[in-house]
Ligand binder design. Structure first.
Ligand SMILES: NC(=O)c1ccc[n+]([C@@H]2O[C@H](COP(=O)([O-])OP(=O)(O)OC[C@H]3O[C@@H](n4cnc5c(N)ncnc54)[C@H](O)[C@@H]3O)[C@@H](O)[C@H]2O)c1
Length: 329
């Protein structure tokens, strides 16, 4: 697939388009000549940030609205060729403390977006941003798409439902949709203010500020996807009819413990320190232990594989925040 030709002049809607992954996707699509519209509510606790579109602000349409607003979404989806559906509440802990907001955004709004597509734009193609979180505590590693879904928090349950509404609408109504189960994604424009999106964001912020960061236990194994690689997966999934009705894991060939990740980050930064601690109770209850994905399905069907090694991705991310941290606090 030649992305350069494929997305030129295509009409693309990105929900959550001012957020971390959505804005990186928008930047790539603008470069490919697509006509990009972003929908984002800019709720302060989430990852949306107008600075994420610095440099492309004149090349995208931005609609500050909420995906829970059916009338706004009805207007936005009409005439679009693609919907990258990334708007979401991402904090696992917030989903436990405020479960109904998570339900409204990650579950109910997803159904309402799909209904709007069914009624007003059934030819649209949708790629949904799902999450590894829905597997819960793995029974075996690496986790493939056949693994049981046993979410350990409210966010996981709602994302699981959101994902399956997409597959259902594909299967029953022929609205072409697929889902990517993202693993820990990192890179420029991630939320670093706090650990709501990912602990790694907060680590990077504290490191840039010359403060120690906390590593909880540290033996947990994880895989990480650099955001440009995640963007590749979204584009491949959108452009390829083979993806319709399918769910794909993203992952990385390298697996690393959180303590080794902390050491690597410090090596990249040429300095810094961290404190090893045990898990806070409310986190321990929803922790999934070791996780890494088998991503051979997306590799064989769509030809995706991660290209950016972790150390290189961390260096790019770190350099970004050394320059732009003030816009993310
Ligand atoms: N970053 C990761 O590691 C990761 C891992 C697994 C899944 N995901 C999924 O990928 C998607 C994007 O995540 P991200 O990391 O870019 O997070 P993010 O918080 O930066 O992006 C989500 C965006 O959605 C917007 N949003 C939230 N609720 C909204 C609403 N009701 N209406 C309109 N906009 C709303 C937020 O303002 C934000 O800009 C999410 O759906 C998330 O569940 C991310």
């Amino acid at each position: 697939m030649n992305q350069l030709i494929y997305f030129k002049n295509k009409k693309v809607l990105i929900t959550g388009g001012l957020g971390f992954i959505g804005s990186n996707l928008a930047r790539r699509l603008v470069g490919l000549g697509a006509k990009v519209t972003l929908v984002d509510s800019l709720i302060p606790e989430y990852g949306g940030n107008l600075f994420n579109i610095a440099g492309i602000e004149d090349k995208v349409k931005v609609n500050i609205s909420d995906v829970r607003d059916e009338f706004s979404m009805r207007y936005m989806v009409q005439g679009q060729d693609y919907l990258f559906n990334l708007a979401g509440q991402t904090s696992h802990l917030d989903s436990m403390q405020d479960p109904f907001t998570d339900l409204e955004i990650n579950c109910r709004a997803q159904l309402s977006i799909l209904e709007v597509c069914r009624r007003y734009n059934p030819n649209i193609k949708i790629v949904f941003a799902s999450t590894r979180q829905i597997y819960g505590k793995p029974e075996y590693l690496p986790v493939d798409e056949k693994h049981l879904l046993r979410p350990v928090d409210v966010n996981g349950i709602n994302k699981m439902a959101g994902e399956w509404y997409h597959i259902l609408y594909n299967n029953v109504y022929g609205i072409r949709a697929c889902a990517l189960r993202l693993t820990n994604t990192y890179g420029p424009r991630m939320r670093v203010k706090d650990a709501r999106q990912t602990f790694l964001g907060l680590w990077i912020r504290l490191l840039v500020e010359n403060n120690p960061f906390e590593v909880w236990e540290g033996h947990q194994l994880r895989d990480f996807t650099f955001v440009d690689d995640a963007v590749d997966a979204f584009l491949l999934a959108a452009a390829n009819e083979e993806s319709n009705g399918h769910i794909f894991n993203l992952g990385d060939k390298d697996v690393i413990s959180l303590k080794d990740l902390a050491d690597l980050l410090i090596k990249t930064n040429e300095g810094g320190r961290y404190i090893l601690k045990s898990f806070p109770t409310e986190r321990k209850q929803i922790d999934v232990g070791d996780y890494y994905a088998d991503y051979s399905l997306i590799h064989s069907k769509l030809g995706w594989k991660p290209k950016i090694p972790l150390q290189e991705g961390l260096a790019i991310t770190y350099a970004f925040y050394r320059e732009h941290l003030e816009h993310y606090l």
